[in-house]
Write a protein that binds this ligand. Structure first.
Ligand code: RNT
Ligand code: ZN
Length: 418
C-alpha cells in the first residue's frame, strides 16, 4: 500500500493524515542526556554508585565518558529521529574547564558551566529543559531538601536556587521555555517515626528555591512525585499527593508525572485529564517500568499509546511538556535513545490519526458496542505507511534503515572507548 492509499483510508474516517504529520513536527519532545552515560554526569566520581533510589543495570560497552563523547552520541540520536527534539540536562552535566574556573560544588553552579551546552543547542536550533540533581552526591545524608540537618538542607536549597538561575539562562539564550523539574529521592527504607516533619521541610525548601526570581512565562518549575525507590521502600517524602498539592498551592509550579512512579495497576494515561481539568500545564516523564520503576526503553506499547492519545484528546499538545526518562545500560545506549524517541513519536502520530470527535460522540450516545468495534478496527489501519511518510518528510531514516547506522557508529566510535 502507498501513502496515497493509506491517506484515503484515514480520510474515510474523517482523519487528515497530512495535518497530523504537520502537527507532530512542531511538538517538542525532551531528550534526556542521562541515557548516554548511565546517569553519571561530570561533576562527581564516576566510579561511585547512583543514589536516590534509582539504578542502572547492565555494562554494555561504549558509555559516553566525557562531554564530547556525550554530545557526539546525542548528534547520532538527532540524526536518526524524526520530530522536534529538545535537550534535557541534569545539573550534574555541568562542564568545567580552565576557561570557566574549573570544578565547583552543586550549590555554586552558574550559567557559565552550561555555556557549552547552550552553544551545542544553538548550533542545532534546540531548546533545553533542566533538572537540579539531588542524588549521587556526598551531601545526600541521605535526605536532601527534607533533611533535618540544616546544613544539608541549605546546601540543597542553594543548589535549587542556582538551578533556577541556570534555567532562566537556558530559556533566555535559546528562546524556548525551560521546564525545571525538581525530583529528590528523599525517603526512608523502613517505617518512619515522623512522616510530616520531612514533608514540611520539603515544602519549605521548595518555597525557598522558588523564591529565586524567574520569568514565569519562560521557566516552568515542576514537582515530580514517586511512590518508592530502591532502598527507599517504605516512605517517599515527595509522594503523589504531596506533589499535586504543592503544585496546586502556587501559580508558578506544575505537576510532573513519571509513569514509572505509581503502583503497577495505576496508569498515568488516566491521570492526565484529571490534572488538565484544573491546570493549564503539566509535565510528563515517559518511561517503562517492568515490575518496578526499572526505567527501561519506551516501547510502542499500549500504555505509551494511551498516554499519547490522552495528550491529544485533552488538547494537551500545547499544555503537556513531554520528556523521556529511561536509562538502559544493557544494550547500545544510542540505540536505546533512538528506539524510545521513535516509539514516542509513533505513539503521538497514531494518536493524531484517531477520529476522536467520532469516538467521543459514540461514547456520549451510549453506543458502546460500536465504540468497541471502532476502537478495535483502528488498530489495523495502515499506520506504517503514514509513519514512513512522516519520517520522509522529516528527512529521517525509515524503520529498517537506521539500525545499520548504529552498528557502524558502534564499530567506528563506541567500541573504541575504554
Ligand atoms: C527518578 C526520576 C527522575 C530521574 C531523573 C534522572 O525515579 O524519574 O526523573 O529519573 O531525574
Ligand atoms: Zn522521572
Amino acid at each position: 500500500m502507498s501513502y496515497i492509499e493509506a491517506k484515503a483510508k484515514y480520510a474515510a474516517l474523517g482523519v487528515d493524515t497530512d495535518a497530523a504529520i504537520e502537527r507532530l513536527k512542531t511538538v517538542p519532545v525532551a531528550l534526556h542526556c542521562w541515557q548516554g552515560d548511565d546517569v553519571r554526569g561530570f561533576d562527581t566520581d564516576p566510579t561511585k554508585p547512583l543514589t536516590g533510589g534509582i539504578q542502572t543495570t547492565g555494562n554494555y560497552p561504549g558509555r559516553a565518558r566525557t562531554p564530547e563523547e556525550l554530545m557526539a552520541d546525542i548528534d547520532q540520536v538527532i540524526a536518526l529521529v524524526p520530530g522536534q527534539v529538545k535537550m534535557n540536562l541534569h545539573a550534574s552535566y555541568a562542564i568545567f574547564d580552565e576557561e570557566n574556573g574549573g570544578w565547583v560544588d552543586r550549590d555554586k553552579l552558574e550559567p557559565k558551566h552550561f555555556k557549552k551546552w547552550v552553544d551545542f543547542c544553538k548550533e542545532r536550533g534546540l531548546g533545553c529543559d533542566f533538572n537540579p540533581t539531588f542524588f549521587s552526591h556526598p551531601m545526600c545524608d541521605p535526605l536532601t531538601l527534607s533533611s533535618p540537618n540544616e546544613e544539608t538542607r541549605r546546601f540543597w536549597v542553594e543548589h535549587g536556587k542556582a538551578c533556577v538561575r541556570i534555567s532562566q539562562y537556558l530559556a533566555d539564550e535559546l528562546g524556548q521555555p525551560c521546564v525545571m523539574n525538581i525530583w529528590a529521592g528523599d525517603g526512608y527504607k523502613d517505617i518512619p517515626a515522623d512522616r510530616i516533619g520531612p514533608r514540611l521541610r520539603y515544602k519549605q525548601s521548595f518555597d525557598e528555591i522558588l523564591s529565586e526570581p524567574f520569568d514565569k512565562t519562560k521557566v516552568y518549575p515542576c514537582a515530580e512525585s514517586k511512590v518508592f525507590g530502591i532502598g527507599v521502600e517504605s516512605y517517599t517524602v515527595g509522594s503523589a499527593e504531596w506533589c499535586l498539592k504543592y503544585a496546586a498551592s502556587r501559580d508558578d509550579c506544575i505537576s510532573l508525572m513519571d509513569n514509572g512512579h505509581y503502583h503497577p495497576t495505576e496508569v498515568v494515561s488516566d491521570k492526565i485529564s484529571a490534572v488538565l481539568a484544573f491546570d493549564k500545564k503539566m509535565a510528563l516523564h515517559v518511561t517503562r517500568g517492568v515490575r518496578w520503576d526499572s526505567d527501561q526503553v519506551v516501547l510502542f506499547d499500549d500504555e505509551t499509546k494511551e498516554i499519547c492519545k490522552e495528550i491529544v484528546r485533552c488538547g494537551g499538545l500545547d499544555r503537556v511538556f513531554i520528556a523521556l526518562d529511561y536509562f538502559d545500560a544493557s544494550i547500545n545506549r544510542v540505540s536505546a535513545w533512538v528506539t524510545g524517541f521513535r516509539n514516542l513519536q509513533k505513539a503521538l502520530l497514531s494518536a493524531l490519526l484517531e477520529p476522536h470527535a467520532l469516538l467521543t460522540q459514540l461514547q456520549n450516545e451510549g453506543n458502546f458496542t460500536k465504540l468497541m468495534v471502532m476502537q478495535e478496527e483502528l488498530k489495523t489501519m495502515p499506520f506504517g505507511e503514514i509513519w514512513e511518510e512522516y519520517c520522509r518528510r522529516c528527512g529521517k531514516p525509515l524503520d529498517g534503515r537506521w539500525f545499520p547506522m548504529i552498528e557502524a557508529y558502534e564499530r567506528d566510535v563506541q567500541a573504541k572507548r575504554g
